[in-house]
Design a protein around this ligand. Structure first.
Ligand code: GDP
Ligand code: MN
Length: 396
C-alpha cells in the first residue's frame, strides 16, 4: 500500500526525520489558509504547491510549483486541484488531483547551490537484507543515474541482527561528501529513516530529493512510502491512511471480496486457481497471440458464487474479447467447478464474449462433458495447448 507524500512525511517526522513543513489542502481557500499558517510558524514567504497523487515525476508534469505570495498560492492551487496530472509514471489520461500539499519553500531565495541527494531503503531480495541506496545525484530519475553514472550510486546493506550501525550512517554521510554540521545532520537523518522503515514494516522508502539547505540542515523534500500490506494488521493507524481513490477501482472491489486481482492492459481475461498457474496462463495467452487483461487468482474455492463474482470483475474491463478459465482440480473437483461456471453463466445471462474453460485434474473428463452439453458459448479443453489454440481461434 502506498502513502501520499504528505502522509509519508508526517510519519517520517514522527520518527525524528527532518522534513519540509507542510499542510494539505483540498480547495484554493484552504491552500491560502495553510500558507498563512506556515508563514506564522516558519517565517517563510514563499511556498511550494505540490499535487498529492500516487505517482512520481510530478514536477515534470506541472504538479509542483513555487508561489511567491498568497495570490499565487490561490492561483496555482486552483490550477492544480482538479487537474488530471500526467507524469512519466501515470497513464496517458493521468491522475485526478484531489488535494495539494502547501509546503514551506526550503530552497531559500539566494541559495543558488542547494545540494540534492537521493536515498532509498528497500529489501535486497538476493541477500534477504535491507539496504540503503543513496547517491549524490538527487532530484533526477534514479533510473537515469543508474544508466549513465552507475558509479555514483552507493549501497549499504544492514545486518538484521545488529541493525544499522553508527559507522554505516557515518560512511553514508562521508560518501555524500558532507562535513561539519551537515555530516552530523545526515547521520541522524539516516538513523531516523532506517528506524522508521523497520518499525512501520515498510517495503520501500524513496526520498528524492534529500536536501542540504544553505544552513546545513538535511531534510526530506519528497517521500514515497510503500507499506507491506501483510503487516498492516499491526499498524491500524497507517492502514487508515489508505486512499482508495488512488487505486484501481476493480482491484479495490476484488480485494473487498478476497480475490487477488491485478488489472492489465490486454484483451483476454483470465480466471485461474493458484498464482503460479495464473502466471503460466498469462504466458500461454501471449503465446496464443493475445494479451492478458488481468491477473486473477480465485484460490481454492471455485464455486458458482465465486466464479460469478470473478466473471463480473473481468467483464468490467471493456477491452476483454475472450475469457480463459484455467483451473487445476486437485482438492476441488473439476466437475464441481464446471457446474459452478455453468450456473454462474446462466445466472448472469448477459455474457457476450466467448469463454474457454480448461479443467484438468480430478474428474476432468466429467467436467468437459458437462461444459460440452451445457449448450452455452463455452468451449472446453483439457490440455494446455488445446486451450491456447482455442483462444487463438476466437481472437482471429
Ligand atoms: P516529484 O517530481 O514527484 O518527484 O516531486 P518532488 O517532491 O521531488 O518535487 C520536484 C522538484 O520540485 C524537486 O526536485 C525540487 O527541485 C522542486 N522542489 C521541491 N520542493 C521545493 C521547494 O521547497 N522550493 C523549490 N524552489 N523547489 C522545490
Ligand atoms: Mn521526487
Amino acid at each position: 500500500m502506498n502513502l501520499h507524500e504528505y502522509q509519508g512525511k508526517e510519519m517520517l517526522a514522527s520518527f525524528g526525520v527532518r522534513i519540509q513543513r507542510g499542510i494539505v489542502a483540498t480547495t484554493p481557500a484552504e491552500a491560502v489558509a495553510a500558507a498563512k499558517k506556515l508563514t506564522e510558524d516558519t517565517g517563510t514567504g514563499w511556498h511550494v504547491i505540490k499535487a498529492q497523487v500516487h505517482a512520481g515525476g510530478r514536477g515534470k508534469g506541472g504538479g509542483v510549483k513555487l508561489a511567491k505570495n498568497l495570490e499565487q498560492v490561490e492561483e496555482i492551487a486552483g490550477q492544480i486541484i482538479g487537474m488530471n496530472l500526467v507524469t512519466p509514471q501515470t497513464s496517458a489520461e493521468g491522475k485526478k488531483v484531489h488535494q495539494v500539499l502547501i509546503a514551506e519553500d526550503v530552497y531559500y531565495p539566494g541559495d543558488n547551490e542547494p545540494e540534492e541527494y537521493y536515498m532509498s531503503v528497500l529489501l535486497n531480495r538476493a541477500t534477504g537484507r535491507n539496504m540503503i541506496m543513496y547517491s549524490t545525484e538527487g532530484g533526477m530519475d534514479i533510473e537515469t543515474v543508474a544508466e549513465e553514472t552507475p558509479h555514483l550510486i552507493f549501497t549499504e546493506e544492514i545486518n538484521p541482527s545488529t541493525g544499522l550501525l553508527p559507522f554505516q550512517a557515518r560512511k553514508i554521510a562521508f560518501n555524500l561528501g558532507l562535513s561539519g554540521t551537515a555530516f552530523k545532520e545526515m547521520t541522524k537523518f539516516v538513523a531516523s529513516l532506517y528506524k522508521a522503515y523497520v518499525e512501520t514494516d515498510s517495503s520501500l522508502f524513496e526520498i528524492n530529493p534529500v536536501l542540504k539547505t544553505s544552513d546545513d540542515k538535511i531534510m526530506a523534500v519528497d517521500s514515497k512510502v510503500t507499506l507491506d500490506e501483510n503487516a498492516l494488521y499491526r499498524h491500524k493507524d497507517l492502514a487508515a491512511l489508505r486512499d482508495e481513490r488512488e487505486e484501481n477501482a476493480v482491484e479495490v472491489e476484488a480485494k473487498a471480496v478476497g480475490l487477488n486481482y491485478v488489472d492489465l492492459d490486454g484483451n483476454v481475461g483470465c480466471m485461474v486457481n493458484g498464482a503460479g498457474l495464473a502466471m503460466a496462463t498469462m504466458d500461454l495467452i501471449k503465446q496464443a497471440g493475445g494479451e492478458p487483461a488481468n491477473f486473477l487468482d480465485v484460490g481454492g474455492t471455485a464455486d458458482a458464487e465465486r466464479v460469478e463474482i470473478a466473471f463480473k470483475l473481468i467483464l468490467k474491463d471493456p477491452n476483454v474479447k475472450a475469457i480463459l478459465v484455467n483451473i487445476f482440480g486437485g482438492i476441488v473437483r473439476c466437475d464441481r467447478v464446471a457446474q459452478g461456471i455453468i450456473d454462474a453463466y446462466k445466472n448472469m445471462g448477459d455474457i457476450t464474449v466467448p469463454i474457454i474453460v480448461r479443467l484438468q485434474g480430478t474428474n476432468a473428463d466429467i467436467a468437459k462433458e458437462l461444459i460440452d452439453n451445457s449448450g452455452l458459448d463455452v468451449q472446453s479443453a483439457i490440455e494446455f495447448q488445446e486451450a491456447a489454440d482455442k483462444v487463438q481461434a476466437v481472437l482471429a
